[in-house]
Structure formats: structure tokens, C-alpha cells
Design a protein around this ligand. Sequence first.
Ligand code: NIG
Ligand code: FE
Length: 402
Amino acid sequence: TAAPAQTNSAVAATATVITNIASLVTNDPSLGDGTPLGLIQDAALVIEHDRVVWAGENSKAPATDNRVDAAGRAVFPGFVDSHSHLVFAGDRTAEFNARMSGRPYAAGGIRTTVAATRAADEGELEANLVRHLREALRQGTTTFETKSGYGLTTEDEARALRLAARHTDEVTYLGAHIVAPEYADDPAGYVELVTGPMLDACAPHARWIDVFCERGAFDGDQARAILTAGAARGLHPRIHANQLSYGPGVQLAVELDAASADHCTHLTDADVDALAHSATVATLLPGAEFSTRAEWPDARRLLDAGATVALSTDCNSGSSYTSSVPFCIALAVRDMGMTPDEALWSATAGGARALRRTDVGRLAPGSRADLVLLDAPSHVHLAYRPGVPLVSEVWRAGARVA
Ligand code: NIG
Ligand code: FE
């Protein structure tokens, strides 16, 4: 029972009102200043149970029994990190060191994590997952997607997805991360496994299917076969596309109505055009370019063409070992041509779009009450004050969680 914005009818006395918000990002253009951020200055927000029921000017806030004083802090929707790889064990410090001495990144490094992940017991894997989730939560992430992809056997992939599903609804089957070492001489045999017995074991635990479509991983035809097989089992496609080189991934994503094409670092004009005329979100992962010293994806080009852009961490121990969405926002603003407003939108509403979710990534009546209180007067400070731990409180589903 959502009350209309700007009125105080139908708000129960037992609701919680957050008052004195210096600037509130709703991501509802019908609220506030009419921009995509739906920004309201001097705002208040009312929460009942797990939902937002009212957002508007502080002076018009309804009176309720529970009052939280934001005391001039900014409030925006919790980050929606739509791309991470958090079921892993081990460490790739040596590989990072070698890269920072000039060695290039290659997909082959994934094998190091596969060996460590297979060797880890379930308790160790889950503890590692939870540790990274808590780390992300403290930095404002309230919705996250995570993938398998470091098991590459039927048992190890299913185990990863079962574990992930205990902690999020957004679980992605990535058996096609690289060809498993045992199949190095028989990639076709591995694709048969991924689309056969492994898919049977994994489909019940996942919502999405993903492929690393890249030289050294899977080509366009293999990727199409894998994503199509997944779709036939009710898994919706998303793709690691055009990360290390130009390739067919983005066009395939659009052809299959993938929710998202992720990385998008090397794009032709035709790729940009295809994304702009599709419902496929371009998910940019600047932590990967930072950590692999690669060229930045061109967010400006995608936005100017009309594509929808999401910003996520790609958190994994190899190519992007950061769980920090604020860090990714700062990179996107400094080096990818995004404005602070665009970067905030992409890390919240954009991530929700990439997961085809309408309940998160916004703070309008009816949304899940997932939010960040920032120790600053506006979200712009995320990029303006890079590296500073400004996240002061995190709420998920109406309750303070960090
Ligand atoms: O998104 N690109 C493929 N997969 C990961 C890297 C995984 C790894 O290096 O362990 C990525 O960057
Ligand atoms: Fe990734």
C-alpha cells in the first residue's frame, strides 16, 4: 500500500521517518528535480516494514513514532553490484605483482583460482564469500549478483551455486568461464559437459547463465550454444563480452536479449549501436581495467549513443580484487567520462536494470528500503573525495545492517 509521493496520507504512525536529508537520490524522475536521479534537496524518507512509503521535502514529512535524524547527510539507494565472482579460494598477489611489473593479464590466470577453489572445503569457501559480502555491505552494496566459474567440474560448479544461493537471489552459472584443464585438448567435449550434465546439476540453483566470450576462453559459436542451452532450462543469459579484445560477445548478447553485456571495453561503432537499440545493459567494470592496467571502457560513448550503462565491481581475486562500488564510481568519473550523477545512477538503477529488477536501485514509494547514508551533503562526494570511507550507515529492507 504505497502512498503517493508528496502527500502524507496513509502513513502509519509506526513507520520510520528519516529527516534532515541534505540531498536524497530517488532515481524516480517523477520526484524531485525531474532529472533521472529524481533528486530532492532538504528531504525526508518514510519507511514502513521493508518498503519506502513516502519521499519528499523535509518540511512536508508526515509525523511518525520513529524518527531518525540524517543531520545533513546525503541518502541514496543501496548499490546494486550486478557482477561479482565471490565463490573462490586462494590469492593471486604474485600475479598482480607481475602485472604491475609489466606482464599482461590473460584468461589463463583463472586456472590458479580454479585449483585453490577445488581444494577448499565448503566451510572455507562460504566463510570467504561471507567475508567479502560483509566488506561490500559496509561500503553500501545492498544487492549483489555472484557467479560460479572456479569449479569447472559438475560437482564443484553445483557446490559454488548452492553456496551462493544461501546469500543472494542473483546467482549465475558460469561453468563456461574457461575450458576446464582436464578438457584442454577437447574443448568441444567441455561445451557438451557445460550444456549437459553440468547444466542439469546447476540450473536448479541459478537464475542466470554467463559465458566468458573471449580469445583463450569461448568463441561466439560456443557461447551461443551454451547460452541457448541455459535459456532452454530457464536460465536467462548475461555475457562477459569484449573485455580483452574486439569480438562477437556484444552482438550475441543483443541477439539473445541478454540482460547485460559485461566489460564492453573494446567496442566497434556497430556494437555501441546494437546496445543502444536493445534492452541489454552495458555493464562497465573499471576495477578490472585498474587492476590489469588496461585501457578504460568508454562510458561517454555508450551514454551519448543512448545505451543503458551499469557500473559494478567484478570483484574476484584475479582481475579486479575490489568490493568497493564507491571506488568504481570514482574511476568512472575520473577516467571514463561519466558525470557524478551518471555514475551514481549506473551503480544503483543501472545495476537493477542489469538484473531486470524494479524493486531495488531506487527510493520511491513501493521500493525496497535499501539505502546508504553518506557522511557528506551529496552523492557527488563519492568521486570528489575518492578513497575516503564516507559510507556512514547502510539499511537493507528497512533495517540498519551496517
Ligand atoms: O570478469 N573475464 C573473466 N573473468 C573474470 C576474471 C577472472 C579471473 O581472472 O579470475 C573477469 O574479469
Ligand atoms: Fe567478471
